[in-house]
Design a protein around this ligand. Structure first.
Ligand code: SAM
Length: 345
């Protein structure tokens, strides 16, 4: 750290406050502040917002002021009038519910599920394992039993998964030219958000999502779009039959599991993949020396506290892919949260 940081630890204090800043945004989202401001189309006083959302005026005023402080909301004030708050373009686009690019579901999951899990981070690091048992009273070995512990949690998790591809889906679909793969299967493809990006980009390819039965049922019910050209199939990628394909996608799958299970899954894919076929891994890739990106380092801690997996640098993916028989391994760093790795059989 710099000399000025030794004189006064600005950066450290900013880091300490990081969770509070997150909670300011999360609380405003949960209360519906951004939706109300978007809908109203005019600036509103704290009293008006508090009344509409059923909160205390004092609490709401402090929340709105903090949101102005972090430049998520704007405020106008004259001597004669109360402060009037309005949304910024960023808040309207990413924080309100309705927009195409809304990250609302990502925020709800972070606030209601990830935040309590991270409360047990010290124990996760001491014990080297996830904290599903301590946080939610569910066995730590069955990670998707914990993640899918209720109908409501299934939908919240699916919302989180879906919103990532609003941001990174196009970069992943175009990281490599995949037009030669005519039958694509997205294993553990959840809501089908990434699969739809693939179908949009590669119109002459068919795209199927395979996921657990309860997820496929919910995806069909809540995420199917008009004219959807993505197929859904219920199954288990560890024990069931894998559908035939020439490209298998594993997006944020390897990072959930132990090395042993990841190798077993890659081996199963290799066994059904025709020569010339391939596998596309999508993960937040660490730098080779593990000194960043910070997002991937933080995601790796998240994997510790919630799953049995981790984030990895390129050489670890190369080892796993080679061990299971894949070759011609190529990497694409997108510069955003997620990266792509393509390997051929
Ligand atoms: N690929 C999606 C994405 O990136 O948005 C979802 C990734 S999520 C971390 C892991 C996915 O694997 C979930 O959709 C989950 O339901 C699915 N999954 C977990 N175990 C599975 C299994 N044994 N067979 C099939 N899908 C499974």
């Amino acid at each position: 750290m710099s000399q000025s940081e030794l004189d006064y630890p600005f950066k450290l204090l900013e880091y300490f406050n990081g969770f509070r800043v997150s909670k300011v945004i999360f609380s405003a989202c949960e209360l519906g502040v951004f939706d109300l401001l978007l809908k109203s189309q005019e600036s509103l006083s704290a009293q008006h917002v508090a009344q509409e959302l059923g909160t205390s005026v004092d609490g709401m005023e402090r929340l709105l002021d903090a949101l102005v402080g972090i430049e998520i909301l704007k405020v106008e004030q004259t001597r004669a009038t109360a402060a009037l708050y309005s949304s910024s373009d960023v808040a309207n686009l990413y924080l309100a519910k309705g927009s195409d690019k809304s990250l609302h579901d990502m925020i709800i999951y972070q606030s209601q599920t990830i935040y309590p899990l991270w409360n047990n981070m010290v124990d996760a690091i001491r014990e080297g394992r996830n904290q599903n048992e301590k946080t939610f009273g569910l066995p730590s070995e069955e990670i998707f039993q914990a993640i899918y512990r209720s109908e409501e949690e299934i939908l919240k998790f699916m919302g989180l998964m879906n919103s990532s591809w609003v941001l990174d889906g196009h970069d992943i679909a175009t990281a490599f030219d995949l037009s030669g793969f005519k039958k694509i299967v997205d294993l553990g493809g959840c809501t089908g958000a990434l699969a739809r990006e693939m179908a949009r980009e590669y119109e002459s390819s068919s795209v199927t999502v395979l996921d657990l039965p309860q997820v496929v049922e919910a995806a069909k019910k809540h995420y199917r779009e008009d004219g959807d050209d993505v197929e859904f199939q219920a199954g288990d990628f560890f024990s069931g039959e894998l559908p035939a394909a020439d490209l298998y996608i594993l997006a944020r799958i390897i990072h959930d599991w132990s090395e042993e299970k990841s190798l077993a899954l890659l081996k199963r894919i290799h066994d059904v993949c025709e020569p010339g076929g391939g596998v596309l891994l999508v993960e937040a890739m660490l730098f080779e020396n593990r000194r960043g990106p910070v997002t991937a380092q933080i995601f790796s801690l998240n994997m510790l506290v919630q799953t049995e997996g981790r984030e990895r640098p390129p050489s670890e993916y190369t080892d796993m892919l080679k061990k299971t028989g894949f070759q011609n391994i190529q990497f694409c760093r997108t510069g955003k949260s997620y990266d792509a790795i393509l390997a051929l059989r």
